[in-house]
Design a protein around this ligand. Structure first.
Ligand code: FES
Ligand code: FES
Length: 169
């Protein structure tokens, strides 16, 4: 017997997508397979590695632990939505580039989304706070030092974005 499909609307990076999914389709699978947004990576598939992290109403969520039907009606942001409207790198992406915060890049989408939410909540993190911010994300390659630097640099770039040119912070 074929599985019952549920018609849902997923709002991802500001665009509505109408899809039909089984009740148990993971959000990570819906993003990658139904919507073709393969920037969200899947590592462990059980909530440990953080590679699949997306923002749901601005909060970091592991998309491998959430059903797509649960995400309907919420604003989802994936790594594809972190660039600036003109296509230039967003502050967290730019910081990763400047600070060499990635090697193979598999973990990177999850770090970028996590840090985007983290610096929105704490716009001036100390190095210790930066480490706490990324404590739930695993990276096999970098040793984390440059990612911590990238958190602080991303916060600085985001603050510059919010400061009107020539004005005070
Ligand atoms: S794939 Fe979701 S936390 Fe690892
Ligand atoms: S850059 Fe390779 S896993 Fe993080």
């Amino acid at each position: 017997m074929s599985e019952k499909q549920h018609e849902i609307r997923l709002t991802v990076n500001g665009t509505d997508h109408d899809v039909a999914v089984p009740a148990r389709r993971l959000l990570s699978d819906a993003l990658r397979h139904d919507l073709g947004l393969t920037g969200t990576h899947v590592g462990c598939e059980h909530g440990v590695c953080g590679a699949c992290t997306v923002l749901v109403d601005g909060q970091p969520m592991r998309s491998c632990l959430m059903f797509a039907v649960t995400a309907a009606g919420h604003d989802i942001t994936t790594v594809e939505g972190l660039a600036r409207p003109d296509g230039e790198l967003g502050p967290v992406q730019q910081a990763f580039r400047e600070c060499h915060g990635l090697q193979c890049g598999f973990c990177t989408p999850g770090f970028l989304t996590t840090i985007t939410a983290g610096i929105a909540e704490n716009p001036e993190p100390t190095e210790d706070e930066a480490r706490d911010m990324i404590a739930g994300n695993l990276c096999r390659c970098t040793g984390y030092q440059n990612i911590v630097k990238a958190v602080c640099r991303a916060a600085e770039l985001a603050r510059d974005d919010r400061t009107p040119e020539g004005g005070a912070a």
